[in-house]
Design a protein. Structure first.
Length: 487
């Protein structure tokens, strides 16, 4: 099955590995993104130069912001960017199309560049300037926004990086010359320039390769969650005794006197950061000082993605192809196709060692997004259209499988550990009890432990959903499988 770049273009994975590029899926985005800190902290001069170029552009934007209100047209031209979907990285669970950096991000950046970022480029506490500071201040600005912004600002480098590989390893008929917008910024004309590149071409679009050593998963090295985790260390690192005392006293007053929860702690930290925004600079300096860890953490995360979404998935797809009719399902109806495919998956996972796909370092996967991506990638050969996050009257569901306007089946994949599973089923119980409605939708629940199974049974008993034909359980437990197939 042609799932990955190496499959589609018939090249060796070793060629990509030796070049340092990640072997992307050309069916669905994989959950990786570019972390600008890996450019800042790198020993490679070309990466440091890329980060310097980013900071130069941000200083240009800051200077523009200080002049007051920017015309809407310039705001869209200078502050807004489309998602670079051609790198096939990110959090789109069907295909590779995301939302990009819209007007909301543009306005947040414009406002914060002359407020929170007032000393941008002239920092006194940190060793450098960091775009990630924006996600520490502004709600709704996260890792995907930071990654998209970084990708756009280093796009010229990525395009040349890909073109060089294409010339060395791909046939002329596998490449195409493409004119691409907003490749590099001209500081004399204040305009983004176009560029022409000869790039890998597949299914009507070009492809961009990305070096593995600037990728990470889950979060950037500098992030909002981490500032809570490291708050004590950051507060203790403040050299100014007066400020350090004020921070600690304000933090103590912000916490309940006893029996405070994790949520209380997070709220107290947020309150302190709002009251003393300079604390963010000390947090960033702490992350700079421990920056070498960022490389090893990101490398480990990328290897985990390669293990789960490439190596293990390949073995799983081969098993489906070899031992079932998964890839030769020919039913004319999407419901029959979807049900048959899910049952094939159930059989392979429960009886043929396929459960190993869902274990990394002996532990089951913990995120529904990862589960849904894995299931999407197994649908690499189907005459049906697979759409993500739709609402056809039953509430939002994970996927819609359709063939034309009138033949569609809704399907959800859930982990049993989901704390909202009961509520999710409870809201739809009347729908599931009406065969005419439920006939067009399936819910698939994957469990990994005896306690998770007991939880499901209790919910089913309470809601009267036992043995419902449209709710399919998949047993992912490792301990009840034949010894030869244990993870």
């Amino acid at each position: 099955m042609d799932i990955y770049f190496s499959d589609v273009f018939g090249i060796s994975e070793d060629d990509l590995e030796n070049y340092g590029a990640f072997n992307v899926s050309l069916i669905n985005d994989l959950p990786l993104f570019i972390d600008p800190f890996l450019l800042f902290n790198s020993a490679k001069p070309e990466y440091q130069e890329l980060h310097d170029q980013m900071i130069k552009y941000l200083r240009f934007l800051k200077a523009c912001s200080e002049n007051g209100r920017i015309h809407e047209g310039l705001l869209r031209s200078w502050f807004m960017f489309s998602e670079v979907k051609q790198n096939w990285l990110g959090y789109s669970l069907v295909g590779n199309s995301g939302s990009g950096l819209g007007i909301k991000f543009a306005r947040a950046l414009h406002i914060n560049l002359h407020t929170v970022f007032s000393d941008f480029g002239e920092e006194q506490v940190t060793n450098g300037s960091h775009l990630e500071k924006l996600c520490l201040i502004k709600d709704g600005v996260g890792r995907d926004n930071i990654s998209d912004f970084t990708t756009n600002l280093i796009k010229d480098y990525l395009l040349n990086y890909t073109q060089k590989f294409a010339f060395a390893h791909l046939r002329p008929d596998q490449r195409r010359v493409v004119a691409i917008n907003k490749v590099r910024f001209n500081y004399e004309t204040y305009n983004w320039e176009r560029g022409r590149f000869e790039l890998p071409w597949h299914d009507g679009d070009y492809i961009i390769l990305t070096p593995k050593d600037i990728l990470t998963k889950d979060d950037t090295w500098i992030n909002k969650t981490d500032i809570v985790r490291t708050f004590d260390d950051v507060a203790d690192s403040i050299p100014n005794l007066e400020l350090r005392t004020q921070v600690n006293q304000y933090f103590a007053k912000s916490l309940p006197e006893e029996d405070y929860s994790n949520k209380d702690y997070r709220t107290a930290v947020s309150s302190v950061v709002s009251r003393f925004p300079e604390l963010i600079d000390f947090y960033i300096r702490h992350k700079e000082d421990t920056g070498d860890e960022a490389v090893s953490v990101s490398e480990s995360r990328v290897k985990q993605v390669e293990l789960l979404f490439i190596k293990k998935l390949r073995e799983f797809v081969d098993s489906l192809n070899r031992e079932t009719a998964f890839y030769s399902v020919t039913e004319d109806d999407t419901l029959a196709e979807t049900r048959e495919r899910v049952l094939f998956l159930k059989d392979v996972i429960e009886n043929k060692g396929g459960h190993r796909l869902f274990f990394v370092d002996g532990e089951p996967i913990r995120r529904e997004n990862d589960l849904q991506i894995l299931f999407r990638l197994t649908w690499c050969a189907t005459p049906s259209d697979v759409s993500r996050k739709v609402n056809d009257g039953r509430g939002p569901v994970d996927f819609k499988i359709s063939r034309g306007r009138y033949d569609k089946t809704l399907v959800e994949f859930k982990l049993a550990k989901n704390t909202h599973l009961r509520r999710n089923l409870e809201k739809q119980v009347e729908i599931y009890q009406k065969a005419s409605d439920a006939a067009r939708g399936l819910k698939v629940i994957l469990y990994f432990t005896d306690s998770e199974l007991e939880k499901i049974i209790k919910i089913f008993n309470d809601l009267g959903l036992h043995d419902h034909p449209d709710i399919i359980l998949i047993d992912g437990r490792a301990e009840n499988k034949p010894s030869g197939s244990k993870a």
